[in-house]
Write a protein that binds this ligand. Structure first.
Ligand code: HEM
Length: 424
């Protein structure tokens, strides 16, 4: 009889392997069924996969500290560290990885720009942008939606929301991919240095933009708002926080949403009946957005640090343990959602999903993201209802534990059948 406490499945778990990258919740079905809390020796993390356990961890941000949420999953080489130092890289805590008592006072001071009435102002800009981008390719009959629509629109929206200039999109695109690999990926030593160069430049860029905004912080956007808040509460909104948030904010608002949109459109086109339903009745789109976020969210897993000896789902977990809480697995837990693998846009508990986290750190930008997803679906179903996935394409994902979306999404349609041609 084996005495090893690590099961064969746990030992084999590889979040950088093909199975997890292709479909994290499906690759962890065995865990939800047999071993919902397990230690992964290769990762050095405890992995939590059932809905009730993931939610309980999110709910208690004192026992389960978010301080490691952005920690590098692959230790940084000395060379990469030296490269980052060359750029004066000093990324500090932002809201998402901050413990109490610091976190809540900051969150309260900074949350007003996320209120629904404030977000409503952004909707016309989002719709105008989506229309402009769709105009560019509507007559082509074929497009990579990631490259031609879904990457740049959320980036532009993120920049507008933050109040930063729109220049240097291509550079920013490279920067933010580098940031994902830097934080959640498993880069080789050579890649680490290249990634560090881009992260360092990203950091400097963020500082330059911040300096520009400080000169005149009267404008719209979350960063000018934060700079103004700093004047009244310099102890709560520090310089280090502002510089870190400037960079982290772009990634938080951009990649998450771009990936969520790509996942959603892919999922709906794979479920043609559902796609046709939302084309026929756009009133179903809000339900479709929520169901896509549940079924194929763009944040597959998040992290917490255990601050005292405790139990999760009855399993003892020691103080100091690192947790990979797989919210995408929770979202497909058969114990919480009926017919969990089905895409059911009328599901009455779809909003229970944990794609935006839960509790005191729950995503502040969730309604902005929902609005963007809604506009993408409204415009695409109206303009290109006959859209279909290019058959036979292989979807690839940037290998990492947490941010998830296809790198390319090739679609095709017959431009002669575009509705605006028939009814301009
Ligand atoms: C936090 C996901 C879009 C800003 C988070 C967290 C997750 C998440 C998982 C951590 C929650 C926790 O620890 O409980 C997503 C997804 C998005 C998205 C899946 C898109 C589909 C956005 C956007 C913005 C944004 C558009 C900004 C405009 C933030 C901020 C936090 C956060 C500021 C930190 C909140 C805190 O710790 O108090 N998000 N996010 N996110 N997100 Fe998002």
């Amino acid at each position: 009889m084996s005495t090893c406490p690590v099961s064969a499945n746990a030992a084999a778990f590889d979040p950088f392997g093909e199975d997890y990258q292709a479909d994290p919740p499906a690759s962890l079905r065995w865990s939800r069924d047999e071993e919902p809390v397990f230690y992964s020796p290769s990762l050095g993390y405890w992995v939590v996969t059932r809905y009730s356990d993931v939610k309980a961890v999110f709910r208690d941000n004192v026992t389960f500290s978010p301080s490691i949420a952005l920690e590098k999953i692959t230790p940084v080489s000395a060379e990469a560290t030296a490269t980052l130092a060359k750029y004066g890289y000093a990324m500090n805590r932002t809201l998402v990885n901050e413990d109490e008592p610091e976190h809540m006072p900051r969150r309260r001071l900074l949350m007003e720009p996320f209120a629904p009435e404030q977000l409503a102002h952004h909707e016309p800009m989002v719709r105008r942008l989506v229309r402009e981008y769709v105009d560019r390719f509507a007559d082509n009959g074929k497009a990579d939606l990631v490259d031609e629509l879904l990457w740049e629109v959320p980036l532009t929206v993120a920049l507008h929301f933050l109040g930063v200039p729109e220049e240097d999109m291509a550079t920013l695109r490279r920067f933010s991919i580098a940031h994902t690999v830097n934080t959640w990926g498993r880069p080789s030593p050579e890649q680490q240095v290249e990634v560090a160069e881009n992260v360092g430049r990203f950091w400097q860029y963020a500082g330059t933009v911040l300096d520009k905004l400080r000169e005149d912080p009267s404008g719209h956007g979350w960063m000018p708002y934060s700079i103004r808040a700093q004047r009244e509460h310099p102890d709560v909104i520090t310089d280090s926080y502002l510089h870190s948030m400037m960079m982290a904010g772009i990634v938080a608002a951009h990649e998450t949403t771009a990936n969520a949109a790509a996942n959603a459109i892919k999922l709906l086109l794979e479920n043609r009946v559902v796609w046709e339903e939302i084309c026929a009745d756009p009133g179903l789109i809000p339900g479709a957005v929520e169901e896509c976020l549940r079924h194929s969210g763009s944040v597959a897993a998040w992290r917490r640090l255990v601050t005292r000896d405790t139990t999760i789902g009855g399993v003892p977990v020691p103080r100091g343990a690192k947790l990979l809480i797989v919210n995408s697995s929770a979202n497909r837990d058969e114990r919480h959602f009926d017919d969990t693998d089905e895409v059911d846009i009328r599901r009455d508990n779809a909003t229970d999903h944990l794609t935006f986290g839960y509790g005191s750190h729950q995503c502040l930008g969730r309604n902005l993201a929902r609005m963007e997803l809604q506009v993408f679906l409204e415009e695409l179903t109206r303009r290109l209802p006959h859209l279909e996935l290019v058959p036979g394409q292989k979807f690839t994902y940037v290998p990492n534990t947490s941010f998830r979306g296809p790198e390319h999404l090739w679609v095709q349609w017959d431009p002669a059948a575009n509705p605006e041609r028939a009814d301009p």
